[in-house]
Every structure is written in C-alpha cells, then in structure tokens.
Design a protein around this ligand. Structure first.
Ligand SMILES: Nc1ncnc2c1ncn2[C@@H]1O[C@H](COP(=O)(O)OP(=O)(O)OP(=O)(O)O)[C@@H](O)[C@H]1O
Ligand SMILES: [Zn+2]
Length: 679
C-alpha cells in the first residue's frame, strides 16, 4: 500500500538501487516527485531526487527526509519512467542519471529578468515575427501526413530531405499544429553553432514560448530556461543533446534535426545517444518523433527499410529549385610538389575562389582539423613532438605560439623546441585550419577572411559574431571545421572548397566511411542556397575511394547499398549490438593486469551460461588505439552480439558480479552501450 508518508528516493551517488524514506509531517506537502531532498545515507547526508510515493516495509529501518530542496518540482512526474529507462539501458545509476540531466548546481535565487514584448537573440538584437511562407508541394505533403499523426499515439518518422529542401519549415508547421492541440514540442540540433539559427527561426515564428538549452548558457541562464519549461511557461524546448532531458510534460512532437550527427552521442559520464533517446521519449509519451537529415545515418536508413520506423518521407528538391551544387574533384597526389601558400589550394580552387569573390559572393573552405600543423617533427633527431599525457602528437597553434593536445588540453610553449634533443628546428607537417587561413590571407590580401573552429569560438559570443558577419557579408572567405559543415543557411555562399576530404577516412573505426560521406555531402550542401547556383571543389588523395566517389556524385543510395553490405558481412551495427568496456589506470602494469582480469571475468561469465551468453562475442582485452590518454593507460574489451538483449544482460551481469572488484584501487571501468568513439 502506498502512503504519502513514505517516498522512494534516487540518491545522487553511484548506487544502483533506490531507497525508501519517511516524510516528517511538516514536509508532507513538499516532498513530492521531481523535487530534490537531503537524506541521511550511511553516516553522511546526501542529495537525492524524489521519484514518488513508496510502500513502507515493516522490517527495514526507515529514516526520515532531512530537508526538501528547490521551490517546486524540477521536472514532471511523467519523466520518471524515461529516467528509469535511461538508467537501465546505459547501466548507469538512476540518481546520477537524473542529476546528470539537471542543470549543474542549485536553482539561482534571482529570478529570470522580465521579458520584453519582442524576443531578442543572444548577441541582443530583436527577433522580428516572420510570416510563414507558402509551402511547396513537397513540404505540404509531409506536413499534412505528420499533422494527421499527432493525435494517434507513438509514431517514428524519418525525413530524408536533401540540403536546402526546407526541412526546418516542415518542423515549424508540425510544431505549430502540436501547440494548437495543447501539446508541447522538443527540437534537438546537433551543434551549438546551429542553436542561434534554430532559435532565431523558432522565436520569429513562436515568440516567447521558446526556451533554449545548451552548454553555451551560464549556469544561471540554464536554470532560468529549465524552470521556464518545468513551470509550463515555454511549450517549445530547443537545444543540443542534453535537451533531450528538457522537463516538458509529455511532449507531443519531438524533432531531431541532422539526426545522423555523432554529436548526439555523449562521450563522458552518462554515455547516452540523444537521437536514440528522443525515440524512446516519444514512445513513452505517445508522441510523434521526426528524425530529419539530408544524409540519414546507416542505422536510420536500415530502420526505414526494415519497417522499424513507421514512415519515411523524402524531399528531393531544393526550395530555390537550384540543383545540388556540382562537385569538381581535384586529385591531391598531383599537387605534391607545391610549396608555400599554394600547397593546399589547387589551381582549380584558386581560380574558382577568385571568380566567386569577383561576383561578390562568399567562399567557405572546409578542413576537419583545427590548429596550424598537426604533426610537428624535430628536424634534428626525427622525434615527433608528443603530448606529455597522451599517446598523441601535439598540434602547433601559431596564434598562441603553443603546442596543444586536442585530447587532454595539455599546452606548452612552442619556443621550447624538441623535448628529446632540445633542437629548435621543428618541421611542421600536417595541416590545420589556422594554416589554411594564413595561406588564404596571403593569396587574397584584399578579401576579408575569418576562421570558425573551436579555437576562435572559446570566448562567449565569438561564434555568433562570426556567423552574423558571414550573414551580413562582412566575411568573404570563411575557413572552418565541421562546425560550419552542416545545417547553416547562408544564401551568399556559392563556392565550397574542401581542402582535404580524406582526414576522417583513415580513422580505425567502422563508421569512418559513413562519417566521411555525410560530412562531404553536408558541406557541399552549404553552397548555392540563394539565387546563384553553387559549386564545390573537393580536393582528395583518394578520388576513387567508394565513399568519396559516392559523395562526389551526391549519391546517398549508392553509398548506403555498399555500406550496408559491408556491415552485414562483418556483422557490424545495425546487424549487431555492441557494448564497449574501457579499463584504465595511471599505472600501465595495473591497467594491463586489470584488463586481463576483466577478460577472464567475461570468459567465466560466458561459460557459466552458454545457452544465454553463447551468442556474445568477447573481443579483447586489447590496448586501446590511443593507449595513453590524459596520463591514463587504456585497454578495451568489445562485447558484440546479434542479440541486443544478450549483450546488454551480459554487460549488466558482469557489472553486478565483478564491477566493484574490477574498479578497486583507482582503476576506471567505463561501460559504453552502443559506442561510437572506440579509440
Ligand atoms: N516554402 C518555402 N518558401 C520559401 N522559402 C522557404 C520555404 N521553406 C523553406 N524556405 C527557405 O529555404 C531555405 C532552406 O531551408 P532549410 O534551411 O530549412 O533547409 P534544410 O532542408 O534544413 O537544409 P539542410 O539539410 O541543409 O539544413 C531557408 O532559407 C528557408 O527559410
Ligand atoms: Zn594530451
């Protein structure tokens, strides 16, 4: 029998069960679901979240809640089943799952500043209301079908629409219909660089009912946005991956834009995939979920073909009726002998840039690596300049005159030279956006050149300023990383230069081909979105590689056909499920020994129940491709099976039986369900 005097609490500690507490009389009205509490736990006081009422069990000694925190519930009770699902699926403690979803720290004392009549964007300019355009016939068909599904329970849809086909307008119409039915909406975008554009479009259409959640907000702003949603003052939540936890009460429509994007995967702490969770949340809320992309993931295309998704929509025409930009391939092997600024800019690209600038249009140069030179080598002794903490070569950042590690953040003065022989003569091999920017400035001294990557956007507001300057055509040539590759809609850009298409191809990762194809097709899609047609010059060392050839022809189905055959043959996802175990320690011998032990545990578990676990392959333990990272030595075991249930219960059993022992003495054991980054 449940009784409001007893509550179930998820403690914000790495414990897998929940606990029952009693509620003293004066706290009865406050200790409700979604509020945080202080409770005694062992000898300490800890924070936890109230999940709901509980049944008192006679034999246990039930302790009372010490205090109730916050002014009101931080999320609706309808989210509890979702949190439970997440914790169970990712083998993560429930209390920590919830704590992870909430903004950091405490609710600020100061309430949010009053809002004006007209919403403002993040740099402070007013966002003027827009007038919805007439839909194209393509858009109209998709919108009508989606709207008809809004009141019919759970439904999962893939919207495969080429770049510039007007997917955002479709999203906004469906959101408007959902709101008119009294429902709420959740919209996810992959990159913080795309938030400004999405926020602008949605605020122009929907005004103050929009709230945004992303890592660029200060802690206070984040709480204010969160509370606005939790109190029901905002019916639309827009954000990056963590916004999948936005405290909306039973959202009616959930949209994942650029659904193929790997930024939806969280790579630390609770390693969730926000795109997968969007589908789960929709299912638990009887909502419609739309996964939209010009380059859907292999997984989603597979789901569409096998009927796992309810519906697939295609939009194959651009709004402006322009064809997709023509792509010219330049074989970099023929450019080897070049030196100086022209080493990375071929004749074809150089000529096209000059023409584009002469027409008063804009150029985007894409290279998926930041910094100046990614492979500094000592000319005297041949030593590669490496990170002190990682098994990774450092990248020279010329602006900062420092060598930096892109994995752990280690930085040291470039002037110090070689750390083996002390020579100051360092050869700079490898390429980064900073070097491209420098070369472009030499080649086009008259043009205004800017760079958009993680280095130029660390300061708050810097990214928005660059994007705004691009929009207002104050920038002629923008050099950037994948931050500029997708989603952006700048009509003045008519030329895209891909400096080196091969960088993501050589990753030891079965998804390297998929990522390369998507990145190239997406970046090509940034050109020709206005009145003038676009073109792309794609420079590559592998013009015949299947992924690059398919991207050059912008032939998504050819790419999918060859990729799915390859995955099927090797038993990779979507034909199998994986759980990745990382074992790491600061002492290399300890890491190795513990990895062996973990391997033995896996073997023992497999042998203990061959009928259940026979179908689980245990690959490893092996040294991780990046063996040393942030001063830790890393090993890994990959669990793989055609049966999702088998591999999941195998990992769960392993953790329950051996987790504590394997983690003793400062050894880290991280469980990554459906892993992406396996380096
Ligand atoms: N029905 C319409 N009439 C006129 N303009 C439209 C219409 N629908 C969309 N647009 C405009 O067309 C442009 C491209 O649309 P949008 O950015 O939504 O494309 P997209 O499909 O999301 O592309 P991508 O996949 O590259 O992000 C935008 O400037 C948008 O405002
Ligand atoms: Zn490092």
């Amino acid at each position: 029998m449940s009784d409001s005097r007893y509550i179930e609490v998820a403690i914000h500690l790495p414990v897998f069960q929940t606990y029952t507490y009693s509620v003293p009389e004066p706290l009865l009205l406050q200790a409700v679901c979604g509020r945080r509490v202080q409770v005694p736990f062992g000898r300490q006081m800890v924070a936890g979240t109230v999940l709901g009422e509980a049944t008192a069990c006679d034999n246990a000694e039930i302790k009372p809640v010490a205090a109730v925190l916050d002014d009101g519930p931080l999320f609706p009770a309808t989210m509890i089943p979702f949190f439970r699902w997440v914790a169970d699926y990712y083998l993560y403690p429930l209390g920590e799952t919830i704590a992870n979803a909430l903004p950091a720290g405490d609710l600020p004392k100061k309430s949010a500043p009053p809002v004006g009549k007209i919403p403002k964007d993040a740099v402070g300019d007013p966002i003027l209301p827009d007038t919805p355009p007439d839909l194209t016939t393509d858009q109209e068909a998709v919108v009508a079908d989606l709207v008809s599904r809004l009141d019919a329970g759970f439904c999962s849809c893939l919207l495969a629409g080429i770049t510039g086909s007007g997917k955002t307008e479709v999203y906004m119409r469906v959101v408007a219909a959902a709101l008119a039915m009294g429902k709420t909406a959740l919209v996810l975008v992959p990159e913080i660089a795309l938030i400004a554009q999405a926020e602008h479009r949605f605020c122009a259409r929907f005004g103050h009912t929009v709230a945004v959640l992303h890592s660029g907000l200060s802690r206070t702003e984040r709480w204010h946005q969160w509370s606005k949603i939790a109190r029901g003052e905002a019916a639309i939540a827009i954000g990056t991956r963590s916004a999948v936890f936005a405290p909306l009460d039973r959202p009616g429509i959930i949209i994942v834009d650029e659904e193929h994007d790997t930024s939806y995967k969280q790579e630390s702490g609770l390693r969730y995939n926000a795109c997968d969770l969007a589908v789960v949340r929709a299912k638990l809320s009887d909502a419609v979920v739309v996964l939209g992309s010009a380059t859907p993931s292999v997984q989603s295309l597979h789901n569409a073909t096998t009927g796992k998704f309810s519906k697939t929509y295609r939009m194959d025409r651009r709004i402006n009726r322009q064809p997709l930009p023509a792509i010219t391939v330049v074989d970099l092997r023929e450019q080897q002998a070049r030196r100086g600024p022209r080493a990375y800019i071929s004749d074809e690209l150089h000529r096209a840039m000059a023409e584009t600038l002469a027409q008063g249009n804009q150029v985007l140069l894409f290279l998926n690596r930041r910094g100046f030179a990614s492979l500094p080598v000592c000319a005297a002794c041949g030593n590669t300049i490496k990170c002190k903490h990682c098994d990774i070569s450092l990248t020279l950042h010329k602006g900062a005159n420092a060598f930096r590690c892109h994995f752990c953040g280690y930085s040291r003065a470039a002037a110090r030279g070689c750390d083996i022989c002390g020579s100051s003569s360092i050869k700079l091999l490898g390429l980064g956006t900073e070097k491209v920017e420098e070369a472009v400035k030499q080649l086009f001294p008259e043009a205004s050149v800017a760079r958009l990557d993680r280095d130029t956007t660390t300061r708050k507001g810097a990214m928005l300023r660059i994007l705004k300057d691009l929009k207002n055509r104050k920038i002629d040539i923008l050099v950037g990383t994948q931050m500029i590759a997708k989603g952006h809609d700048f009509p003045g850009i008519t030329l895209i230069g891909v400096i080196c298409a091969d960088l993501s191809l050589n990753f030891p990762d079965f998804r390297a081909g998929e990522r390369t194809f998507q990145l190239l097709a997406q970046v090509a899609g940034r050109a020709g979105r206005g009145v003038d047609p676009g073109r792309v010059i794609l420079q590559t060392y592998n013009p015949d590689h299947l992924c690059i050839a398919a991207a050059t022809r912008q032939d998504g189905s050819a790419f999918y056909d060859q990729e799915i055959a390859f995955r099927r043959q090797l038993g990779y996802p979507p034909f199998s499920r994986m759980v990745h175990l990382h074992i790491s320690a600061t002492d290399p011998a300890k890491a190795k020994a513990r990895a062996r032990e973990a391997g033995d545990c896996c073997t023992a578990l497999k042998n203990s129940a061959p009928a259940v676990f026979g179908a689980v392959e245990v690959l490893g333990p092996v040294e991780a491709p990046i063996h040393k990272l942030a001063s830790r030595y890393r090993w890994q075991i990959l669990l793989k099976s055609r049966s999702a249930a088998a591999v999941k219960s195998f990992a769960a059993r392993l953790l329950a039986q051996d987790g504590q022992r394997l983690r003793k003495g400062g050894v880290r054991l991280v469980v990554d369900v459906d892993p992406f980054f396996m380096m």
